[in-house]
Design a protein around this ligand. Structure first.
Ligand SMILES: [Zn+2]
Length: 131
């Protein structure tokens, strides 16, 4: 499934309302622990975070994965992942992941601002439930 199809599906599943989750690479262990205890939301988030870590990890020194916000190269372990999912439905529907460098994700507010701007670039009608 390509990006435009994933975004279209997310739009349909969310009725236009998204929520954002912010995670750091170091959060994966705790999410997996929660998933192992039966937390289905944590399992979905762990899967999405793991996918994003794999995508960012594919970048090389010569061709690093760029920050979604400013296009600077992401440095290993020094970035945040934002996952957009249908509001109040973290256990269902698609999750779109984005990665932001340490500068763009220096605070929760800055990360939310960058993620909102990135989503609106690809999806101008995006409405964010908690922003
Ligand atoms: Zn950045």
């Amino acid at each position: 499934m390509d990006w435009s199809e994933r975004i279209r599906q997310l739009h349909e599943n969310s009725f236009g309302y998204l929520d954002l989750l912010i995670a750091r690479p170091g959060d994966l262990g705790e999410l997996i622990d929660l998933a192992c205890k039966g937390d289905t939301a944590a399992e979905r988030i762990a899967d999405a975070l793991s996918d994003m870590l794999t995508i960012v990890g594919r970048g090389s020194h010569r061709n690093p994965t760029p920050c979604t916000g400013c296009n600077r190269p992401l440095r290993p372990g020094k970035y945040a992942v934002v996952m957009a999912h249908p509001a109040a439905m973290v256990t269902a529907g698609d999750i779109i992941g984005m990665a932001f460098c340490s500068r763009c994700s220096r605070t929760t507010e800055a990360t939310q601002r960058q993620a909102t701007a990135a989503l609106r670039r690809i999806w101008p009608d995006a409405r964010l439930a908690r922003l």
